[in-house]
Design a protein. Sequence first.
Length: 277
Amino acid sequence: MAPLKLYYLSAEVAPFSETYELATFSRKITSKLHDKEDVDIRVSQPKYGYVSERKYILREVIRLKDIPVMFNEEKHIINMKSCFIPETRVQVYFMENNPLYKSLPDLIYKARNGRIFSDIDERFAFFALSAIDTLTSLFWAPDVFICNDWQTSFLPILLREQYKQEEFYSNMKSVYIIHSVNDYRKYSKKTYDMLGLTPGESGELIDNHICAIKNADLTIAMNYESSKLMDKMMKQKKLFDAFESNNSIVIDIPKKSNREVWKETANTIESACKKLK
């Protein structure tokens, strides 16, 4: 039987970048999924300027250089560099686009004075677009995209609205994992225009958690005991109603997470993804 091919997308993967639970989760869960004989998992994150190419031995791949991606009716260039998560054999593809990612500090989403970058939604809309658009250059077709949190929330929408009609993408599915509930999830309508998409709700700010939930084949709420995600979601009626009325599951992550917790979580994600094939 062919392995389950998973493309794991995250704005943060420890130790390369880390501002909240997502980074550690990404490292732990991809390692556990990679350990499975019947899973082929690959990871992608943006190449921030502070990520040391020498320290992590990032390598250029000739076929993944100078890939054009159309965004906001302009041609942008992506270079993909590869390495392994330290102490694992999990392969990571870094999406390098210097105008969008090189200048971001290690806080990623805000300056050191606490000011949130006004164009952060555009930067991560481009990441989602690039992840799906560059696949043909990878010569690899995943069965399932695993999209993590608001930074990748455009991918389920793009896949369903713009790519499913193409034969290469026609059988691909998307899983959307929610790790946080905050105002970062609210994208400007202008960002939808840049991608040639029509938002599913009115207003200048769009709740992209809701839009991703409605377009993904499955949504997973990662209910960390430390942050009480589900308590926060239940206080957001429209968001919680969307989660409850679409294909969704909740996974609890205790504060003291050991190997068995991560193994069980990986088993749950693998099983859910296999059901989508």
